[in-house]
Design a protein around this ligand. Structure first.
Ligand code: AMP
Length: 298
């Protein structure tokens, strides 16, 4: 990307160096054309003259972006909201991976069935800001037990009555005999940049940020779609076209030496494929091919 920009400082994108969001981030960037070779313990990687990746902990990404060390970042929404920099940051795009929720959970056998019932109780969490804000909004005063990780063990050892922790499937909570009471925040990986007076504006970097957002968006749009190629009897063309919307409309191509057949090409939702393929078969379609799409710009 950005081969045509005049020479300037590279655009710095802060990304998780390790942990749950690291692989997904690098894979998404690779698909968007920003390929950084893998090297353990690296801090910086120049993709080309215009793009530099800054590898930091997911929870530190908001700090680096807010203070201007990085021009933008990719991290979990939970990290942005917990960071204390949320008002200075703007979420530009939700990236569809790293999905989880920050939940209030309690020991299954303690008979606590509402947030109300936690009044005056101890809540262990590595997310003190979000937790405090949540209980304040519920008008339930609790005693905070700030921890940096493994909060789910706190109720077991008598250090807390409840936890506020990230949950993906709920299996870790279940293993520890905990059940969810309420959701504090739904999270996923996001692209963030500075908001307000310190936002990138009307300069080459603002242009690069928009370029990055569009590139990521095009990959996300393509992920949910497939390119379908199929041969159908010309007599069934109208019926087949009704089944295939395409981006604007399906492409219709002649088949060499077969005037009674046409080839149809269309972009389809992956979720619709299972119903679509047998419906096309019923029309007498042949030679169905389903291909992945790298990028999609409507
Ligand atoms: P890390 O601590 O570096 O592994 O990154 C943790 C980040 O991954 C969190 O801040 C979330 O945004 C995301 N995440 C997604 N699913 C989970 C989960 N089940 N537990 C913890 N973090 C998760």
């Amino acid at each position: 990307m950005s081969a045509s920009l005049p020479s300037q400082e590279p655009f710095v994108l802060a990304v998780p160096s390790r942990g749950r969001l690291s692989d997904g981030t690098l894979e998404l960037l690779r698909r968007a054309g920003l390929h950084a070779p893998r090297q353990p313990r690296r801090l910086l990687a120049d993709v080309n003259a215009h793009w530099r990746l800054l590898f930091v902990r997911a929870r530190d990404v908001p700090e680096y972006v807010a203070t201007g060390t990085a021009d933008a970042g990719i991290t979990g929404l939970d990290c942005v909201e917990e960071s204390g920099h949320a008002p200075e940051l703007r979420v530009l795009l939700k990236l569809g991976f790293g999905r989880c929720r920050l939940s209030v959970a309690v020991p299954r056998l303690k008979g606590i069935s509402s947030v109300e019932a936690l009044r005056g109780k101890r809540v262990a969490t590595a997310f003190p800001r979000l937790t405090e804000r949540f209980f304040e909004a519920q008008r339930v005063a609790v005693e905070m037990v700030p921890l940096t990780g493994s909060t789910e063990v706190a109720p077991h050892v008598g250090a807390a009555d409840a936890v506020v922790d990230l949950v993906e499937t709920g299996s870790t909570l279940r293993q520890h005999g905990l059940v969810e009471l309420a959701t504090v925040l739904e999270s996923e990986a996001v692209l963030v940049a500075r908001a307000g007076p310190r936002a990138l504006r009307l300069n080459d970097k603002a242009q690069q940020l928009e370029e990055l957002r569009l590139a990521l968006q095009s990959v996300l749009d393509a992920q949910a779609r497939r390119y379908l190629m199929v041969n159908v009897p010309r007599a069934k063309l109208d019926e087949a076209k009704k089944l295939l919307p395409g981006v604007t409309a399906p492409t219709v191509l002649d088949l060499l030496g077969r005037a009674d057949w046409v080839a149809l090409h269309a972009v389809v939702d992956e979720q619709e494929l299972n119903g679509l393929l047998p419906a096309l078969k019923r029309l007498g379609a042949q030679g169905l091919l389903v291909l992945p799409i790298e990028r999609m710009i409507p």
